[in-house]
Design a protein around this ligand. Structure first.
Ligand SMILES: [Zn+2]
Length: 608
């Protein structure tokens, strides 16, 4: 049982992005028609791209994600060559026929009216600009495109297992991001998030019996009806056009089905929570129950991290598990209630950790999934009094270490040798990064760091160092050692009680650092009379200390390179009942058997 003491303090904002920080800007206007019979669509896209970088750009890139769903694609080949493929993909892409594959092709492209040539390289479009784009200049890129929605395999697609007609994610030509590290031209192999911040104006035309939900605010509810508003405007023909506007997002996703039920529930701060789920008697009760719980979760994340900045959030049945998008999520809906609640909590938490703090998911999957998993677990603990909410991440991380498959968290998300190393690394070790940092800094400093990080980097692309710098400013503790060893290496933590010896009426304790990674030590002492105290041993390279309760005793620093450390307990050994390294359980020591010394009869030597 691990209890994370969740304390709210008043924020003093002094954290800011580095003064040299910049990011690109894009405005999308799209008009798309979808034929629901053959799952093909075509559209136009006008994109105004503003170059905020100090560099002149000679070319740009677009993602064409749907081209991944074709036999022999990189996604297909990668899936079948992994030793532990994602079961949702497996070898399914290889068996798609011409009518079931996905594709997304650009038909024409012009820059400020001047036609330009381009090359399609599977899931990327390479576009040499007709005129170079200078710093602080804007250019308009106009294109026509056509696509086919693949049979549902991963995230997006048609006719999901649960019968959702259209899960439309990663569906449009999406401009690749250029940032201070350069272009991020990641082919779509497995993981996909990194995009340019901007505004979307999207018109979707499809058969009028379909209900549409997703990113953005609907501009014509009285024309659409379908639960958004009373339909007061007449429309002609068999189609209906849905007009959405989404300000300040880096992606646009939607889903549609003729049998959706659409409910709107009022969330915190006037946020409208939309729910779209199939008219399936077996799931309706769960999806009704989910609505007030989603509002509670949003209120908790608001309090813990910072206010959700949009006026709408939409939970859609669709996709193949759960995946976060801007202002919405697609989740599968035929689940037990705890599972439905759990996936909604996780995906909603991503609104903070991906859709406001937009990590480059390829490079910082462990921040995207890890920070989300952490705040999700904290919600479990605070809202549902589940005091084992953090246990799973520690168990999973230790299992990964034992498996020998662990790779550094900084591994590119698509380049992990196994899905297990990616999954247990990003979700579990990434979550432990924060919960264990709560042990290093104290929970108040950790939560304050998260809040200031959110304030400073909302609607930006923060990286690991941005968070580290803010946590250092908030806590006064140096953290390069922590970020470095935990995220960039597979070094592990193992501390042991080496010896406990009576000395001049007192007790001498010798601790040993066995693992390569250093940590500060909370050393718990339980006296036979029931008294408890903690000896706090800061790690020297922290050059600072966490705030500790008055009853604790701060010992001298332990310099990392020294393998052993000796200190005294001001009481004879016979008065002591139990000694323990890290009584909180938040330090991810990989061998707990050598952390305890008990003076009970027959058990008075440190365990090997
Ligand atoms: Zn996630």
């Amino acid at each position: 049982m691990r209890i994370f003491f969740f304390i709210l303090t008043t924020s003093i904002a002094f954290a800011q992005p580095h003064p040299s920080y910049w990011q690109q800007h894009v405005d999308y206007t799209m008009d798309v028609k979808l034929d629901v019979k053959n799952f093909r669509y075509s559209g136009t896209q006008e994109l105004v791209y503003t170059n905020k970088s100090p560099d002149t750009l000679n070319r740009v890139f677009y993602h064409l994600y749907f081209n991944a769903f074709q036999p022999g694609s990189e996604m297909d080949v990668r899936s079948i060559s992994l030793s532990d493929p994602d079961q949702r993909v497996g070898s399914r892409i290889g068996s798609l026929n011409e009518k079931e594959i996905g594709y997304l092709h650009v038909i024409s492209l012009a820059q400020d009216g001047e036609s330009i040539a381009f090359t399609e390289e599977e899931t990327l479009l390479v576009v040499p600009l007709a005129k170079p784009l200078a710093p602080n200049a804007s250019t308009t890129l106009s294109m026509a495109f056509e696509g086919q929605v693949p049979k549902q395999i991963r995230r997006s697609g048609r006719n999901s297992k649960e019968g959702v007609a259209l899960s439309m994610t990663q569906w449009y030509p999406k401009l690749a991001e250029y940032d201070p590290e350069g272009w991020h031209t990641n082919p779509y192999i497995g993981r996909e998030f990194h995009g340019v911040w901007g505004n979307f104006d999207v018109k979707l035309t499809l058969h009028k019996k379909y209900l549409v939900g997703g990113t953005g605010y609907l501009q014509n509810p009285e024309e659409v009806g379908h639960g958004y508003a009373e339909k007061t405007k007449k429309t002609k023909g068999k189609n209906l056009t849905w007009h959405f506007v989404a300000p300040n997002v880096h992606d646009f996703a939607w889903a549609a089905d003729p049998d959706y039920i659409h409910d709107i529930h009022k969330g915190p701060n006037g946020v409208a929570l939309h729910f779209f789920y199939k008219n399936n008697p077996e799931i309706i009760e769960n999806w009704k129950r989910l609505q007030p719980d989603t509002a509670k979760l949003m209120a908790f994340f608001n309090r813990a991290v910072g206010a959700y900045p949009y006026k709408q959030y939409t939970v859609l049945q669709g996709g193949d598990g759960g995946m976060e998008y801007a202002m919405c999520t697609l989740i599968t809906g035929e689940r037990s209630y705890p599972s439905l609640y759990g996936v909604t909590s996780h995906e909603l938490a991503h609104s903070w950790f991906q859709h406001v703090l937009a990590f480059n998911e390829s490079k910082y999957a462990w921040m995207d999934e890890g920070f989300t998993s952490f705040i999700d677990a904290l919600g479990e603990q605070v809202l549902n009094k589940d005091y084992s909410a953090f246990d799973g991440s520690y168990r999973s991380y230790r299992g990964l270490v034992k498996s020998g498959l662990e790779e550094p968290l900084t591994t590119h998300a698509d380049r992990f040798d196994t899905n297990r190393a990616y999954g247990a690394g990003s979700y579990s070790k990434g979550s432990v990064f924060l919960s264990q940092l709560g042990y290093v800094l104290g929970p108040e400093m950790l939560m304050e760091s998260l809040r200031q990080f959110y304030e400073a980097f909302a609607f930006k692309h923060p990286n690991a160092n941005d968070f580290k710098r803010i946590a250092e400013k908030v806590s006064g503790v140096q953290l390069e050692w922590y970020l470095n060893d935990w995220a960039r290496t597979t070094k592990t933590i193992d501390y042991a009680i080496k010896s406990v010896t009576p000395k001049d009426g007192k007790t001498e304790v010798v601790l040993e650092r066995i693992g390569a990674m250093g940590m500060p030590i909370d050393f718990g002492v339980l006296y036979k009379n029931g008294r408890q105290t903690v000896h706090y041993i800061p790690l020297q390279m922290m050059f600072g200390e966490k705030p500790i309760p008055e009853a604790w005793k701060t010992e001298k620093d332990w310099a990392w390179a020294r393998p052993t450390y000796t200190f005294m307990i001001d009481a004879p050994l016979h008065e002591l009942e139990q000694l323990r390294i890290d009584p909180s359980g938040f330090m991810a020591d990989i061998d707990l058997t050598n952390n305890v010394f008990e003076t009970a009869e027959g058990n008075n030597t440190p365990k090997e």
